[in-house]
Design a protein around this ligand. Sequence first.
Ligand code: SF4
Length: 458
Amino acid sequence: MEIDIKKLPVDIGVVYEGERIRGPDTFVELGGPKVEFKAELTQVVDEKDVVDGKITVIGKDIPQFTCGEKVPFGILLEVYGEKIEKDLEGVIERRVHDFLNYVQGFMHLNQRYDIWCRVSNEAKEKGLTFEDIGKALIWLFKEELPFIEKMQITFMTDEEKVKEHRETALGLYEKRDARIRGMKDEEVEEFYGCSLCQGFAPNHLCIISPQRISLCGSISWLDARAAAKVDPDGPNFAVPHGEVLDEKNGEYAGVNEAVKEYTTGANERIYMYSMFDYPHTSCGCFEAIAFYIPEVDGIGIVDRNFQEEAVNGLKFSSMATQSGGGEQMEGFLGMGIEWMHSPKFFSADGGWDRIVWMPSHLKNRMSDAIPKEIIDKIPSEDDTSSLNELKDFLKEKNHPITQRWKSVVTDELKEKVTEYIQEKNGEIYPDQASADLGLSEDELMNVIDVLQKDGTLG
Ligand code: SF4
């Protein structure tokens, strides 16, 4: 099917990739945080089940909306190609983000069940329709991924239809993700890289292993392997992991080399299983953020769908600004939610025993991944709304992190206790001091022990 993109009402090109459509310039918002039902899905189908170039719209088309509306949105891509394996569905689906952003006046954020798109007032004035967007997508996909022989696209804005589509999509994402559970990093010679997000985060390179899914959660090791095979010049490529330099943290010589090469030296080392010292970089597409909470020496997780402040007083959006852009940011780490199913999930930092806060909906969603002996010990917004409450909750539930408190003495704590002792001219009463400092007597004695050992106290 021949498509002439010059006949479309708006321009198409990589130059529009960075275009941001702000609220006042938006005609209609498709999906997004204020809309419950949204999803994009790619399905590889038999040749007989696809009419190449067919574009279907179920529900209202762009010109029929009223300015300022926020509406449910579904996209279904059905593709056929002799060389296309089922494993490629996730990879093709991820390119929707790129290619929709090539359409002037159209913005696409996030992925899978969480898409957030905007059409600008200007594009609406020019007469942009889903038919035009579909034509642009099909043209771009065929240009960039020539193994796609046929493609048809369905756009949905009808709420019932999007709801149904989302249910189907959630089931299929789960099936995709489940295929790789059980595989181990130690069983393979190669991990895979993805450089797709370098357009806006030049120093970011995703390293995808069987036990660590990509940050966007859309590309597993199997997906990346299939993509590298069929499109060797594309953004997914093999990274032979080479010598294991640090088994606990997941540091590999080959991974370090790839990170250095693909970030032109901006980053030189990464730990695959830790958020400290040399954490994996974050682009901006991560499904969730892990954040270190120094007050309890634990890790909180917040996902994109949680709109309120997390227990550290910061919203996802504020933390995303600190985590993203491709910099190594100790204490904040973008991550794919499926990683929680992996035994390597923060395995170097204590794994689930280190997780001290999650939003309730994420806890429910991931309840099969959270060890049953800890699930009730991890508080959510329903249990705690401040760091003091968090500490009390963890103590009351005897969360495993409390064992760390006994053995780990932070510099901040050492300083606090030293200052207190100096203020009291060296004469303290443990019961009064522990009450004044907000520590148990055991914790206080532990800190004093450390201060004596390091020579701070005589
Ligand atoms: S988040 Fe990572 S895997 Fe996903 S598209 Fe970006 S670079 Fe690729």
